[in-house]
Design a protein around this ligand. Structure first.
Ligand code: CDP
Length: 231
């Protein structure tokens, strides 16, 4: 893989919903002192805004117009808040309604173009761990380390259901599993930047792995890239 300076190290983490991307991305970013960029949160913020405005998600022109006028800001402090036109939407964007709307919004080319530009700007701040669906294939094609996380649909749905339960959401396991299958289908089948591993990505199956085990595996891979760079 391409050698880079540690400060400019780019780690791309892609994969389907519930594969563990954001949990491990945050820890890896902290350990290596890199920025963490949650690109899914950006798409979620746009979907949240469109829902709030009462737009129909199928109305591409209106939703794209709303996105154009929406300011999305990621906060890089420990709190990792996400702001949408000055409103802290960190909690709101995780609700099932936004999860259902987001793949529709994320398939619109104009919205992707705008957010990808923002994501690349974020990557210019310095070394970064960025998670999403198209980071290795499109947003950061030159990333030093590309990882594609997977896990069985059952395990992914279970993880997400437990997360939602902890957040006090009253939703059945079946509903979470169905929503997830539907979202993965739309993400995989869309024309623009579909969910798929980059040709040079390392595929890691996280089924049955603890967060710490997964973090350890990724840190070993990252250390190899960093070592390469310092020789
Ligand atoms: O946390 P989870 O994996 O469930 O989802 P997320 O990363 O918050 O992403 C939410 C949705 O945003 C995805 O299902 C995609 O529809 C979209 N997304 C995308 O299209 N491209 C990205 N780089 C990131 C997210």
């Amino acid at each position: 893989m391409k050698k880079r300076q540690h400060q400019a190290l780019q780690i791309a983490l892609d994969g389907p919903a519930g594969a563990g991307k954001s949990t491990v991305a945050k820890i890896v970013a902290n350990r290596l002192q890199l920025f963490y960029v949650d690109t899914g949160a950006m798409y979620r913020a746009i979907a949240y805004k469109a829902l709030k405005k009462g737009a129909s998600m199928d109305d591409e022109a209106t939703v794209s117009q709303i996105a154009k006028r929406t300011e999305v800001v990621l906060d890089h402090s420990e709190a990792r808040r996400i702001w949408c036109d000055g409103e802290d939407v960190t909690q709101e964007i995780r609700c099932p309604e936004v999860s259902r709307a987001v793949p529709v919004v994320a398939a619109y080319p104009k919205i992707r173009e705008r957010l990808v530009e923002l994501q690349r700007m974020e990557a210019k701040r310095g070394g970064v761990v960025m998670d999403g669906r198209d980071i290795g294939t499109h947003v950061l094609p030159e990333a030093d380390l590309k990882i594609f996380l997977t896990a069985t649909p059952e395990e992914r749905a279970k993880r997400r259901w437990i997360e939602l339960k902890k957040a006090g959401k009253d939703i059945s396991f079946q509903e979470v599993a169905q929503d997830m299958i539907q979202r993965d289908r739309v993400d995989t089948e869309r024309e623009v930047s579909p969910l798929k591993p980059a040709k040079d990505a390392i595929i890691l199956d996280t089924t049955g792995l603890s967060v710490e085990e997964l973090v350890a595996k990724i840190l070993v891979l990252a250390e190899e890239v960093i070592k390469d760079d310092t020789i």
